[in-house]
Design a protein around this ligand. Sequence first.
Ligand code: CTP
Ligand code: MN
Ligand code: MN
Length: 489
Amino acid sequence: MALVPLKRRRRAPSPPAGPPDTGRFPAVVLCLVEKRMGASRRAFLTQLARAKGFRVDRAYSAAVTHVVSEQNSGNEVARWLEQQQEECGAGGDPALLDISWFTESMGAGRPVEIEGDGKCWGLGRVRVSWVPGTDPPPTPLPSSSSRCPTGGDSALSQEALETLAEEAGFSGSEGRSLAFTRAASVLKALPGQLSALEEGQALGSGLSLSLGQDVLEDGVSVEVERVKLSERYRTMKLFTKIFGVGVRTASRWYQEGIRTLVDLQERNTKLTRQQQAGLQHYEDLNTPVERGEAESIGRMVQEAVQRFLPGASVTLAGGFRRGKPRGHDVDLLLTHPEAGREAGLLSAVCLSPHQGLILYQHSQENSFALHEGPEPPGGRDVLDRFERCFSIFRLEVQGRPGAARGWKAVRVDLVVAPVGQFPFALLGWTGSRHFERELRRFAGHERKMVLNSHTLYDTRLNLFLPAASEEEIFQHLGLEYVPPTQRNA
Ligand code: CTP
Ligand code: MN
Ligand code: MN
């Protein structure tokens, strides 16, 4: 299971402070090992278990009966226990359990039986026995002092991890890319400066696997520098920043020996209409959009929308709704309080009155049909199927430093949602992408529900769960409301 860096709290009241509550199962006292699980995920699982009536202690003591860990080897957990017992000066003989025991118990709403007393760690409800000194110590993550001679305070800076994520994506390694992205967002969610050890513990083992042995030996910052200087990375970055160019196209061009934007033009490379527009406005589109500019565009669209369909609304979504001061585009969500009236709204906005202001557009009709049922849980994240328009607007700007012309090209995503699906569309289009991915995973794994930008479907009840607001969607998921500004993970 992945790290869960989101701030998710159960709706159930938190346990009172003071002496630990014995919970519904007095014979069971849990303690979760933070190593590899990560601090935020541990906090989340603790709250989940407490909400289900389990007693979960923060620190190990002789009272603990069940030690739960994730992605640690049996020996690692046994060593952890030995350390804890030394530290607190207490013994105890708790069962050492893998996370699957925990997950099953949460699902069952009670502690499930522990099977066997064998040595097969990783199979789940298995108790491990440990003979000291039989396995090597776990590979430590690189620490800034010992492994990163050139680095700053932290070998694993968020930026470094993002570069590695990007590079993995360029090489088509989605899994590695995701591991780095997750790790980067965990770092973002953690408070303040961490020691390399704490950092390593919070980030988990998926990361060290993704880094590979050579990187662990040479240091992460060395690897990041190598990546940044490599011709392939630099070229891929240049090309994928063209609107309409993905990893596949960029990679093909690289293999064909194309290295620069000038090469692209001189060699008469075949470009789609979207890529032509992307190339033409390359500089503008790679200049951040300021909040004020996003708001201007919002007003422009609002005026156009009002003219065509009074009562229709325009909502700023995406990064700006999450409070970011700038972004790469403007995401606008359109709806009308009367279901059905919104149909065709987009063509009116995009085409007739504003043609001069729209430099490029690519529209797509609504192809969503409820009767098709939801996508299978755990399946690939599907993009929504709203009526939408990916466009480039021409925004008048005054006193733009260094620019002769008084306008700037800005990417705008316009999406039309029927009012009944609006809260889902708003939640889906507010992002961040990482937050959406984790929220959908949570819905699937923990709730057996399918969440997308159109609906929430309960697979156990075989029911679509309607919602009139984002708050209601969080309620259906059994989560406390997370305001947009806290969805930047
Ligand atoms: N989104 C989507 N389908 C797409 C594109 C985007 O559902 N085809 C959603 C994503 O979930 C994302 C949100 O819309 O979270 C905004 O996407 P995007 O504009 O790419 O990212 P932002 O978070 O707004 O970041 P930026 O400020 O760079 O634009
Ligand atoms: Mn955006
Ligand atoms: Mn967008």
